[in-house]
Design a protein around this ligand. Sequence first.
Ligand code: SF4
Ligand code: SF4
Length: 249
Amino acid sequence: MENIEKHVGFILSECNKGGQITLTADLMKELARLKGGDIIGIAPVDRFEMAPQGFHPEDILADARSVIVIGKYFPLGVLLGRSKAAMTNAIETVFSALDRCAYELSCDIEKTGERAVPVPADRPYISWDIDRQHGCGDLSQKHAAVLAGLGSLGKNSLLLTPEFGNRVNLVSVVTTMALQGDPLLERDLCIQECNLCIRSCPAKAIRKGGKVVQKECRRYHSITTPRGFTHFACWECRKICPARGNLKC
Ligand code: SF4
Ligand code: SF4
């Protein structure tokens, strides 16, 4: 790890001196790991042809050529435990760490003369349908993760990864760098005969085909405490999933 850090540090210092250095996909992943990412995948922009209008990487950066997707896991205890405060704090900590990781990675990319945009891991986002109480980020992080080979989507519409199951949050960097893409995951990690997430949802918000009706989910998903804090209150669809991944952490 120390050698990688030195190597990357050397490359970036050369960039700072005006040297013509190209960061490879492998180096970008090591950099993202050094900045706190646990799983990293790369999707060339031509894989996003199905992205809805307004939510394509080129809607974020006109000359975008690659999307670097970074995932960070959170402890299983947070998911299985009973403290909503601990769960809320852990998730906010993960989002904040991911945003910092993407921000710093974008700054390093720009030292090479390329352009980069860190897409927020969670908030803020602009797209909001008030009647449907439906919000969307500028880029769907979970679909970007699938296109970067990090996992597959479960029936609850959450990303499932081979390493951590659905216990992972995501951030992306859209960049003009042309980076080699990772192979798509060929396996479907969602268990075919399983319907636990659909059955456990107290709001009955998960429809067949992996669509979650946000308006229905929002009635259970968060609460405001008497003190005025907003807490995550329901994660049954995450908690109950038996596809937990293969890493102990
Ligand atoms: S967070 Fe809760 S309410 Fe929302 S879809 Fe999952 S189980 Fe249903
Ligand atoms: S709970 Fe079952 S159906 Fe739902 S995502 Fe997990 S494996 Fe798939």
